[in-house]
Design a protein. Structure first.
Length: 261
């Protein structure tokens, strides 16, 4: 379904140093430091409002209100593919399925050039890879939630990026669709792509995701999944969530707090 990347195009480590991300001056992610290793498969989990989606937006470059740093090895930026939650997709826009998938090749085509026959053929192949043979001319507004998510995964396959960011990719999907798209994720990992996914299903995380970041606006734990998802760590995340104050100003961490995690 997927293909291995050339060695030169493998993603570098993604290093976060004292990263704080804010909306309207109120921090949503606090003082986060750690590394997503090249080729790793990492789940981001935590309570609602823990900053999980905010972190993905920052990694994708869509948020600029940050302190600290995000470094992609020695490169100023990296080619990555980002799948937001489906609620961010305008399903009323009259666009056909094949055209959505073709958009994954925009770096090859350029912004205003029509898709070549080869690009459209590859887009058709990516639709087949996610189980949507014959859906090319349907409008996205005609699709079920699961079918639309398959289309969006086909677009990710078109992007052929070494880093993939997924925000709740399996939310509200039927079992068959989850199984099929999870296999796409595992194929990416098998071919040494770096995959970072916001997830809620802890049993799925335990079974398939080797690394986990447990986030409650700050890092509760970031390590091997079986270590992170301990009863004590999950209790700490819930307790931390109870003390959130959305009116709090930009925080300054006291020196003695820096090493407590």
């Amino acid at each position: 379904m997927d293909k291995p990347l050339a060695q030169a195009s493998l993603a570098p480590d993604i290093a976060l140093t004292n990263l704080t991300v804010a909306y309207d001056g109120h921090p949503a992610v606090h003082h986060l430091s750690g590394t997503f290793a090249s080729g790793s498969l990492t789940a981001i989990v935590g309570p609602n409002g823990a900053g999980k989606s905010t972190l993905l937006s920052a990694l994708s470059g869509q948020l600029k209100g940050i302190e600290g740093s995000i470094r992609f090895g020695d490169a100023p930026h990296i080619d990555l593919a980002y799948l937001p939650q489906q609620s961010a997709i305008d399903r009323e826009f009259p666009v056909r399925v094949l055209d959505v998938v073709v958009l994954g090749a925009w770096k090859v085509m350029g912004s205003f050039l029509p898709a070549s026959r080869d690009v459209r053929q590859r887009a058709t192949e990516m639709l087949a890879a996610v189980g949507l043979v014959g859906f090319e001319r349907r409008f996205i507004g005609e699709l079920s939630v699961g079918q639309l998510q398959r289309v969006l995964f086909a677009r990710l396959l078109m992007q052929d990026a070494p880093v993939i960011l997924l925000d709740e990719p399996f939310n509200a999907l039927d079992t068959r669709t989850v199984e099929d798209l999870l296999q796409v994720v595992l194929d990416w990992h098998h071919h040494s792509r770096t995959v970072i996914a916001v997830l809620h299903d802890l049993e799925m995380v335990r079974r398939y995701f080797p690394q986990t970041l447990l986030l409650a606006r700050e890092a509760i734990a970031w390590d091997a999944t079986q270590t992170v998802l301990s009863t004590d760590n999950l209790s700490r995340a819930r307790a931390t969530a109870e003390y959130w104050d959305d009116r709090a100003p930009w925080c300054v961490r006291a020196p003695e707090q820096e090493g407590r995690l």
